[in-house]
Write a protein that binds this ligand. Structure first.
Ligand SMILES: NC(=O)c1ccc[n+]([C@@H]2O[C@H](COP(=O)([O-])OP(=O)(O)OC[C@H]3O[C@@H](n4cnc5c(N)ncnc54)[C@H](O)[C@@H]3O)[C@@H](O)[C@H]2O)c1
Length: 361
């Protein structure tokens, strides 16, 4: 694809999500990363400088600070916005809402992340659920890590005609690994003060038809989140039918405790061994040997890599706003191929073929 027809994308905020989004954009044949903006001048921006990603300061003051710190800076945020078709805002909660006024003033499409409220864009996005309604929109919000996982899994059950209602308990990581010297909790568990926790209503901002209730507790670790779900199905179904429904989603990877993947740390280690950047687990990793079906009731658990799960969704959201790829499955397939999504299933399908047995018993 020639440069003229590629979507020019800017990333504002080069933190946990921003740097992963920027790296994923650089892998897309139909997108160009025109630059990143931030307020910092620390090692993360030095690494970006080394990768020759054009760096911009959020304001003229930030540009000066960055230059004083010896960083190569291409301009300020307005300059970056001018150079882009779409801005992906990955700044901390609340700042994206403020920045949205600037994006609108300069007439650019934009995407905010899950820390912002639905009202900032009036549209909340999960590719497998509502890609089509984001086509050519001025803006959308990629929902949070937990909400993305909930919508993915419940959409898979809904599309198979199995979902009546769902109730889930979320164990949430306390802080991100690179910031664990600054905060987090130790030797305690902190329940969210309200039931339902916000992820249930947030999932309904993507799909109002979902009947769900969530409860959440913060736990003293940094690797990812662990969800337990109890689902009332529309009818009695077999375990195989349920697994088929989950496997119809390319972004739910089925794993087994008996393969040594019995905990969050071992799954994360496998992502590192697969050579994924930052050991990213982009999929929901759902345990099939733990999953139980009892008449019309379904029980399962899965892992969410909070730092990674929203990255493929953000890439699809860019394509949806860009409007040239109308078909969700085309965008999802392109994104998956660029990020290696599908390699977990491929490894275990090969193992199942070798021992001639089903992977799920
Ligand atoms: N961390 C996660 O696991 C996670 C998962 C899903 C969604 N999100 C959401 O993604 C968004 C970003 O979160 P994060 O964890 O990447 O945050 P982060 O703190 O890791 O990164 C934010 C970056 O933005 C920069 N920044 C701060 N103010 C800025 C400004 N005014 N202009 C430009 N840059 C600025 C910071 O220096 C930092 O580099 C939030 O909405 C958050 O809720 C985070």
């Amino acid at each position: 694809m020639d440069n003229q027809t590629k979507i020019r994308v800017a990333v504002n905020g080069y933190g946990v999500i921003g740097k992963r989004v920027a790296a994923a954009i650089a892998l897309q044949e139909d997108m160009t990363l025109v630059g990143i903006a931030d307020i910092g001048a620390d090692w993360r921006l030095r690494v970006a400088n080394r990768s020759n990603i054009p760096l911009f300061g959020a304001t003229t003051d930030h540009v000066q600070n960055m230059r004083r710190a010896g960083l190569a800076v291409a301009g300020n945020l307005d300059d970056l916005i001018e150079a882009a078709d779409i801005i992906v805002d990955c700044t901390p909660k609340g700042i994206g809402a403020k920045n949205s006024d600037t994006y609108r003033r300069l007439g650019r499409q934009f995407i905010v992340q899950g820390g912002e409220a639905h009202t900032v864009t009036g549209h909340s996005f999960v590719a497998e659920s509502n890609y089509g309604t984001a086509l050519c929109r001025p803006s959308t919000r990629v929902v949070s890590c937990n909400t993305t996982s909930i919508v993915r899994t419940l959409t898979a059950l809904k599309q198979a005609g199995l979902l009546l209602r769902a109730r889930g308990t979320l164990m949430r990581r306390a802080t991100d690994p690179w910031e664990s010297d600054k905060g987090g909790i130790m030797n305690t568990l902190v329940p969210e003060p309200e039931i339902p926790s916000h992820q249930g209503p947030d999932s309904q901002s993507v799909d109002p038809e979902l009947d769900l209730v969530t409860m959440a507790v913060k736990v003293p670790e940094t690797i990812g989140h662990l969800h337990y779900w109890s689902v009332k199905m529309t009818r009695m179904a077999s375990k195989d039918e349920v697994l088929q429904a989950f496997r119809a989603s390319s972004r739910i990877a089925t794993v087994r405790t008996v393969d040594g993947l019995g905990a969050l740390n071992s799954i994360k280690e496998m992502m590192a061994d697969l050579g994924r950047p930052h050991a990213n687990l982009y999929e929901v990793a759902l345990w099939t040997d733990m999953l139980r079906v009892q008449d019309d009731e379904l029980f399962y658990a899965y892992m969410v890599d909070n730092q990674a799960i929203v990255i493929p969704e953000t890439i699809d959201a860019i394509r949806a706003l860009g409007g040239k790829t109308a078909d969700a499955s085309v965008s999802i397939a392109k994104t998956n191929a660029s990020l290696g999504i599908g390699d977990i299933e491929a490894i275990f399908n090969n193992a199942a073929a070798m021992d001639g047995g089903s992977h799920d018993k």
